[in-house]
Design a protein around this ligand. Sequence first.
Ligand code: HEC
Ligand code: HEC
Length: 280
Amino acid sequence: MRSFMTRGRFALLTTVIMAGAGLVLSPGQAQEKASGARSDAKSLEKPLAAVYYGQAAAQADTQSVEGLIGQGSGDTWACASCHGDRGQGAENVPRLAGLPAGYITKQLHDYANRRRLNDNMQYVVEGLTDDQMAALGRYYAEMESPSSARPGLSGDLDRGRELALQGDWSLDVPACYSCHGSSGWGVGQAFPALAGQHPSYTYNQLASWKSGRRANSPINLMHNVAMALSEHDMRSVADYLASLPAAPGGRQAGLDTPAPGQLPPVERAASSQQGSADHE
Ligand code: HEC
Ligand code: HEC
């Protein structure tokens, strides 16, 4: 009974994010937001922020940030100096290549708004405009780069695979892939790829959600997942995900992101409540 309720709640939450995408902003609002330096993100701190940012990224000019990525500018450090020249990351510095453009852009805003805490990244985003953040999102989303991650946390790969593919309903944990895609390559703009990510980074994020230090996932989805995972489970799933090939870049670059209202039908967690769900 307990897990039946949880499945229902899970399906509803997922539907809100997946199906509500077309409701987040009217095209007029999106255009209004697309101009201007740094928006007041308050109105965007909604489950669908990544979908909105994906729209902005689809229109962004990536050439404008190539200098920022390779050489840095003024007080801003070059992204590549930490994230690698192929966006591959290392250890606690995440792989960025092939993450959804909207997700990346949202994270940059989250650091800027102190919704996500990290000293290095807060310093980095200090001087960035909305347009630059969107262009950085698109740039890394389009980047093609093989995974350089390898399991290294002595996790149990079988247990990790089980959590990824099936979840563990005795713990109220849905399959990671039910949100992050059937190969762990991400879904749309809001659900990032996990496959090929460095295990210590993945582990740290799960531990941060569990402790409440990272609290920026839409409607607390990841907080609820991480709360249920043991230390051993977190190491196991992080190692398993690190053993997989990374998502190919460009797939979710934002270029092919449908405009609001034109999104494809929701593929899972179908529910009649999508029209009336109040996600505001
Ligand atoms: C001094 C090293 C450093 C530099 C320079 C740096 N980053 Fe980071 N970045 C990090 C670290 C460390 C993290 C992980 C922080 C955390 O745990 O929240 C991170 C996290 C991120 C994330 C979150 C990724 C995710 O999967 O959620 C994004 C996006 C990002 N950086 C983009 C950039 C961009 C774009 C630049 C250049 C404008 C940049 N970073 C420059 C070290 C750096
Ligand atoms: C109900 C949907 C849902 C499920 C199930 C789920 N996630 Fe997530 N996850 C999300 C969303 C949404 C985000 C993006 C959070 C944000 O915007 O900051 C996310 C982000 C993450 C991130 C951060 C990625 C990064 O680059 O920083 C990690 C790591 C993660 N999830 C791991 C997992 C693991 C492991 C599981 C399974 C044990 C799992 N997730 C199950 C929805 C989900």
